[in-house]
Design a protein. Structure first.
Length: 345
């Protein structure tokens, strides 16, 4: 079975082709991605209308590129999958409309996929694929959640952010420091030159006794510290502030993840989402897991951000497991707000 996946939830257009067999993990045959970072940089953030228009321009050329690279034709596509939500409504509608129109033209079934389920399952495309059950840390620009995962479609929320997500904390802190857009990667690069213990920044909810997160207070603390440095902080001061900010975020993510493993009695952690590419987060999680004899799994770096491969994979795994069924029903809707624990609603 060949599954064509289309991702258009925010500012990246992704298309991929995944092949499944009777058993075993689906295989990624080809994927292509276009990022809108340069377009949105001038505005300091994503402009939804511009994002939607760019998805319209990119999705069909990317589809042709993927099929060419896979050596496949449209006639070989068995299911067309798309991101149904969560995300920007206009952007989601582009992917949904194209997927349903394409499926209708081919006479093939279509399946809407939860964006976060795509992230959650994306490590199954890596060389070191996990096994069920595991604890998942979903950590991206808009979401920070800990989930217990017992199988495809079998997810239990353990904790989530009550305000800003970790990715937002990276991006907003970087903006306060004048590091531009997208801020998270820029802050992480600058942090490599600084000391993580240079400034005493808070670790919100670190000792809350639950698995929830909060990063809004950290952003405020970064703003306060930046103002203390004066109107023209030098390069060393900025690097130290970036490193201290990253240290605070990573510290919370690591300790909450370890607490989730301890609470569930599981010994396997899956980390996915854009922040999952952060080198310091990976270093600390790997070291902590090694000390305890636990395992940590990540998606390949190229599949950490939004991409079509994770959407095609999630659709394929849901179909394989019987958690979902594709249908030749081409009327569609999107779910801009769609909690993962309501995935079947």
């Amino acid at each position: 079975m060949n599954v064509l996946g289309i991702e258009s939830s925010c500012d990246e257009t992704g298309v991929a082709l995944v092949t499944t067999q009777d058993s075993g993990t689906p295989r990624l045959r080809a994927h292509a991605l276009h990022s809108q970072v340069q377009m949105h940089e001038a505005y300091g953030g994503v402009v939804p209308e511009l994002a939607s228009r760019d998805h319209i321009r990119r999705v069909l050329p990317l589809t042709r590129q993927v099929l060419d690279e896979a050596g496949a034709t449209l006639a070989e596509v068995d299911v067309v999958a798309f991101t149904r939500g969560p995300g920007l409504a206009g952007a989601l509608l582009v992917g949904a409309g194209v997927a349903c129109a394409l499926a209708a033209a081919l006479g093939k079934p279509v399946l809407g996929v939860h964006h976060l389920e795509g992230h959650l399952l994306s490590p199954f495309l890596s060389a070191d694929a996990p096994q069920f059950p595991f604890v998942a840390l979903l950590v991206s620009g808009g979401h920070t959640q800990l989930m217990r995962v017992d199988g495809v479609g079998r997810y239990a929320l353990l904790g989530e952010t009550i305000d800003d997500a970790a990715g937002e904390a990276f991006d907003k802190s970087a903006k306060l420091m004048g590091l531009g857009y997208p801020g998270g990667p820029a802050l992480s690069r600058l942090a490599e030159q600084g000391r993580g213990d240079a400034y005493a920044l808070p670790r919100p909810l670190l000792h809350s006794g639950n698995l929830d997160f909060s990063f809004a207070g950290l952003k405020t603390a970064v703003l306060t510290q930046h103002r203390k440095l004066g109107p023209a902080p030098d390069a060393t001061q900025l690097a130290d502030l970036a490193a201290s900010t990253q240290a605070a975020i990573v510290d919370v993510l690591v300790k909450k993840s370890l607490a989730a493993l301890k609470a569930t009695g599981l010994q396997r952690l899956v980390v996915s989402g854009g922040v999952g590419a952060n080198a310091e987060l990976r270093r600390q999680l790997n070291a902590a897991a090694q000390r305890r004899g636990w395992r940590v799994h990540y998606p390949e770096l190229a599949l950490c951000t939004d991409n079509g491969a994770m959407i095609a994979l999630a659709a394929a795994m849901r179909l394989q497991s019987g958690a979902a069924a594709a249908a030749k029903t081409y009327a569609f809707d999107v779910r801009p707000r769609w909690p993962l624990d309501q995935i079947d609603s």
